[in-house]
Ligand binder design. Structure first.
Ligand code: SF4
Length: 792
């Protein structure tokens, strides 16, 4: 079934498009002026790229990426292989940010000094809403407890003309799909499940705040050209199998790392049969295999979804773009790997616990539970989230609830439902879905992330081993209820619902029966659903919604309380150079970091997340899990006093703070692949905040290296990796040749003059990856300082 060879596919061309016969009339028509893609411009650029690439056939992912190149000649000039090797400078069409990650992104954007965003941008209040009792009271409480963050986000949105979706409006990815996503565009989101929007045939990529700020300031955004994996879908889903089962099955095949540095591009006759929201579920969970993003060729179901969500002008424009060949792969396009999946053979799948790639077909799940020696008990069922909260999901689940109610059954365990958006919630309520679910025991929570991100105040299971089934996308330990002993299994909403009526993990609704109070057996019929509401969607409470394309209001004061512990204005970082020429000042070595040092080691997550918008507070976690190569201890650094020859030992952030207090710039010596892991901008901001001017590495992880450059920290590579161990804490390092490099002298080399604590002096050679533009950032003190300087 799995073909790993590079091959050409005649099937790469998407399905033939016919005019839509969709009958789902929207109740409203949106202002589509800012959401209709500039197809003529994109197609024009793609034509130019085709010439540069000798008219070779392109995958859909390549078409979308290359039509968003900032300067095609520059990005594609290498002549060699592009996918997996070249770095692309891209201009995304749009940015979406959730309330937790938007804080630092906005603080950085503010320090660029621009009066508005370069691209349409939206903020979504969803992650900070805690689920306890139900929608109304949960929402009120969360608005009060997070007031300062919401006030900050709302005021910044008003000032810069950003669309602000209030608490209660829904989950970022569902709202993006319903309102902003459009076939063929490239967009960024500051959340890992941004690829959800790929259900509408675009490339939506999850990034850190610093990358979002690139797009918001009009700076080209850099991406290593991903490889493209073709997923060839044949056959048709039937019975209990859903799109969720397709991605659960694929996660089992690819594992959590199988998609790294790759785009998953689905093609073949099996695509057209799926609803748009079903495709969004598949794209959403592509994040679980580490994929850059996922996409699909334009289909009639996408057109129907655009029409049903009030975006007929976008559908018409997409129809035209599709007729020009823009929204599907070229015939003969080559993929880096092709995976074959016959949808007719798929059965429901359950993944977990604790990892999304441990996939077990439903028919084998009962014996799997037995073999592991787990209790055959389910403690709760949860449906919804950004992954599975579509109208289709909810109507299928309601169908099962109706069957159960007619038979006199109610759920045996707590059954929680989080609608993905106010539009879904209101439509569910209007169409009787909510009451159907409540009739059998469901609790409907606020339209927010809630239990999916640990915002579930669960009182029934504390520190006890138990099993829950969810239709969410992630199942790391503690993710839902904070209890490391809760085993979280992922399944389709319909399997979760059926299991909630049985209360047992080994129940297979396809083959097994439940016993009715009368003693008679009851078996569910396969769930029936409807992808779009016959009467159209209803918007619900429009007070939660922004006005479309709001004008910036520059006079708005951004609200940050002076004594806030969660938010702090960012002071622009000063340039390292001042009037003293273009060599860095002498830098003291803070420490030599040993071995693996990811962005998690540099800026730990967990309890520190609440300080994401407060650089001073979050910097208290700088490198607290890093190993000092001099002694081998974690979170230990030495403060050496040249004058007295004495050394104080303290934590790493404490020593960094002392250096900052003494106005003593410093450097770090680090090992291989420094800064691997998530693209967390805090890992670059925090050392810079304490006065770090340069980091010298055996090697850098590319994204972190770029983040350091953006914050005005010079990343240098040892020309000879053995030099790593020649430099230690308390030594002083000076650059030689940096001025030549900044001034653009040909063949300029940067050397380091090292003065050891013992007085010994030697020079070593380094390498660098600084571009001309990045040297301007370094000179200005940061990329944002440079942008601001261009305004004046
Ligand atoms: Fe992330 Fe879950 Fe919220 Fe989706 S519902 S955005 S996966 S926290």
């Amino acid at each position: 079934m799995l073909s790993t060879t590079l091959r050409s596919s005649a099937l790469a061309a998407g399905p033939t498009l016919r005019r839509s016969l969709a009958t789902h009339t929207p109740f409203y028509e949106k202002d589509c002026s800012s959401i209709t893609p500039p197809y003529a411009q994109l197609i024009g650029k793609l034509e130019h790229v085709r010439e540069l690439l000798n008219n070779r056939p392109l995958t859909l992912a390549e078409k979308i990426l290359y039509s968003h190149l900032n300067d095609p000649e520059k990005s594609l000039s290498g002549g060699g292989k592009i996918r997996g090797e070249s770095y692309l400078q891209l201009t995304p069409q749009r940015v979406a940010m959730q309330d937790a990650s938007a804080q630092m992104a906005l603080l950085q954007f503010m320090s660029a000094g621009l009066s508005q965003c370069a691209v349409p941008t939206s903020i979504h209040c969803d992650h900070l809403i805690q689920a306890i009792n139900g929608a109304e009271s949960d929402l009120k409480r969360s608005i009060t407890s997070n007031k300062e963050v919401f006030d900050f986000l709302e005021s910044a949105a008003r000032k810069y003309g950003i669309e602000f979706w209030k608490p209660g409006s829904g989950i970022i990815h569902q709202i993006v799909l319903e309102n902003y996503a459009a076939p063929g565009i490239l967009m960024l989101g500051t959340d890992s499940h941004t690829p959800n929007a790929g259900g509408l045939g675009l490339l939506a990529i999850g990034v850190g705040g610093a990358d979002a700020v690139d797009a918001m300031t009009g700076t080209p955004w850099e991406l290593k050209a991903p490889q493209v994996v073709g997923i060839h879908l044949t056959g048709k889903l039937s019975g209990w199998a859903t799109p969720k089962d397709l991605i659960l099955h694929l996660a089992g095949k690819l594992t959590v790392r199988g998609g790294t540095g790759r785009i998953l591009e689905y093609f073949g006759p099996g695509v057209a049969n799926q609803s748009c929201t079903g495709l969004a579920t598949v794209a959403n969970m592509g994040a679980e295999v580490g994929a850059t993003t996922s996409t699909f060729p334009y289909t009639e179901n996408m057109r129907a979804y655009l029409n049903a969500t009030g975006r007929a002008p976008v559908a018409r424009a997409a129809d035209h773009a599709a007729s020009m060949g823009f929204l599907n792969a070229d015939k003969g396009a080559e993929y880096d790997e092709v995976i074959e999946i016959n949808l007719s053979e798929l059965e429901p799948t359950i993944n977990g616990p604790f990892t999304p790639d441990l996939a077990t077909p439903l028919s084998k799940f009962g014996s799997f539970v037995k073999e592991q020696g787990w209790k055959d008990e389910l403690s709760a069922g949860l449906i919804g989230s950004c992954t599975n909260s579509s109208y289709e999901d909810m109507t299928q689940v309601a169908d099962l609830a109706k069957q159960a109610k007619a038979a006199g059954l109610v759920t045996k365990v707590p059954f929680l439902c989080t609608p993905g958006s106010e539009q879904i919630r209101a439509t569910m309520e209007r169409d009787g879905i909510t009451s159907t679910l409540e009739d059998v025991g469901a609790v409907v929570l606020a339209n927010a992330c809630g239990p999916c991100i640990g915002q579930w105040k669960r009182d029934d299971m504390k520190d006890e081993e138990n099993a829950i089934l969810t239709s969410f996308n992630r199942n790391f330990k503690s993710r839902n209820d904070g209890n490391r002993l809760t085993m979280n299994f992922l399944a389709s909403p319909t399997i979760v619902t059926a299991m909630a009526f049985s209360g047992s993990l080994s129940f297979n609704p396809i083959t097994d029966t439940l016993t009715l109070p009368s003693g008679k057996p009851f078996r569910f019929a396969p769930p029936a659903g409807q992808d779009l509401p016959t009467e159209g969607f209803t918007q619900g409470n429009t007070n939660y919604y922004p006005s479309p394309t709001p004008e910036p209001q520059p006079e708005t004061e951004i609200i940050i309380c002076a004594d806030s512990q969660r938010l702090e204005l960012l002071e622009p970082f000063p340039s390292h150079f001042g009037n003293r020429g273009l060599e860095l000042p002498p830098l003291k070595v803070l420490m030599r970091v040993r071995g693996k040092c990811t962005t998690d080691h540099i800026s730990a997550a967990g309890p520190w997340l609440k300080y994401k918008g407060h650089l001073t507070n979050i910097s208290e976690n700088l490198l607290i899990t890093a190993v000092n190569d001099e002694g081998g201890d974690v979170n230990v650094a030495f403060d050496y006093d040249q004058a007295t020859g004495e050394t104080d030992t303290d934590t790493i952030p404490a020593v960094a703070k002392r250096f900052k207090a003494r106005n003593e710039p410093w450097t770090l010596v680090v090992d291989d692949n420094y800064g691997e892991g998530s693209a967390r901008e805090h890992a670059a901001l925090q050392p810079r905040f304490y006065g770090c001017a340069m980091i010298v590495a055996r090697s850098f992880a590319r994204i972190h290296e770029t983040n350091l450059k953006k914050q005005g920290v010079l990343p240098l590579w040892f020309a000879d990796k053995n030099d790593y161990s020649r430099i230690g804490s308390g030594d002083v390092v000076q650059t030689i040749g940096l001025a030549d490099l900044i001034e653009g002298r040909q063949n300029a080399e940067v050397k380091l003059k090292v003065t050891k604590r013992t007085g010994e002096v030697f020079e070593i050679l380094t390498k660098h990856t600084m571009s001309e533009d990045q040297l301007k950032w370094l000179r200005a003190g940061s990329a944002l300082n440079f942008i601001r300087s261009q305004l004046s």
